[in-house]
Design a protein around this ligand. Sequence first.
Ligand code: SF4
Length: 142
Amino acid sequence: MNYKTWLLSHTKKHREIVGRLKAKGFSDEMVIDYFEYENMRKNEAEFCLLYSEGKKCHDINYLNCYLCACPSFRFSDNGLKTEDGITVYSECALSSKNGSQYEHANTLHQDCSGCDIPHKKEYISKNFDLDWLKIMERCEKH
Ligand code: SF4
């Protein structure tokens, strides 16, 4: 499965959960709280492969999955661009100071392991939209 196919499938799952919660009368804040890792692991096992392994993508206490996949992460299976013979496969639209890039065999990849921006409740609340794709579109303009 390439990244775009995975992203579309993940977005579909996200939309289905949000639609179900809204139909039950959840407020926006309740929707955000529902996406906390511990709750999602218990109630939405299909949303992430890591849930069944009891693992988190980031080793942090509070982890919210609402903005997964991170709307600022850019990736192309064919490379986003090539500069000085190096193909950039992924990058951060926010240029997060806690993110980094690593080079391997003339390719450059974004390393988000040190960045928890999209997993914090404050950031999600500030950028909230029921439609994850709209948040991604807004990030494109930053
Ligand atoms: S934020 Fe991390 S733990 Fe949550 S769904 Fe995404 S990859 Fe899985």
